[in-house]
Design a protein around this ligand. Structure first.
Ligand SMILES: CC(C)(COP(=O)(O)OP(=O)(O)OC[C@H]1O[C@@H](n2cnc3c(N)ncnc32)[C@H](O)[C@@H]1OP(=O)(O)O)[C@@H](O)C(=O)NCCC(=O)NCCS
Length: 134
């Protein structure tokens, strides 16, 4: 299987909302609720799309402050495609593109069970962070 990765690649609302529902165990939002195509182009530094043929199997969004800080959001790999290094490659490409855009820091926050993924596999350093439920 050849996986293709595209920075700022074409991606449709329906396929992203389906992948998100699987990855985060949500219902499937429709594009009036969550219009990725519009939001990504308006607010993100970029995003990485992974496909196996036509099928969307991975995605990560990179939001930013417009200058030096970038943040990963919604890192996700389809359940059937996990543990093949696709998540690691999505994050590596997001980091490389953020560096190329002159960002100096890439942030991510995650649940405890993903420490091995972000710290060991992807190379992030642990840090203090805060989170406020709204
Ligand atoms: C987290 C996620 C993106 C990882 O994708 P992936 O393609 O399976 O990751 P990789 O194959 O690149 O993993 C590399 C290594 O990271 C670690 N790792 C990956 N997923 C992990 C998990 N769920 N728990 C603990 N370690 C994990 C493992 O060491 C893995 O190596 P291994 O497969 O040889 O054990 C995927 O599990 C996913 O979409 N999860 C649901 C959504 C989610 O929680 N996203 C993160 C939001 S912060």
């Amino acid at each position: 299987v050849t996986v293709t990765y595209r920075w700022r690649g074409e991606v449709a609302n329906g396929e992203l909302n389906a992948l998100l529902a699987e990855a985060f165990d949500t219902r499937v939002f429709d594009e009036h609720e969550w219009n990725w195509a519009e939001l990504l182009h308006a607010h993100s530094l970029g995003w990485v799309v992974a496909r196996d043929g036509e099928a969307l199997i991975g995605f990560v969004n990179v939001v930013w402050d417009g200058l030096v800080h970038a943040w990963l959001q919604d890192t996700m790999v389809a359940a059937a495609a996990r543990h093949r290094g696709i998540g690691e490659e999505l994050v590596a490409r997001a980091a490389a593109e953020s560096r190329a855009a002159w960002c100096e820091w890439l942030h991510v926050d995650f649940d405890e069970h993903l420490r091995a993924f972000y710290l060991d596999a992807c190379g992030f350093a642990p840090t203090s962070a805060g989170l406020l439920a709204l």
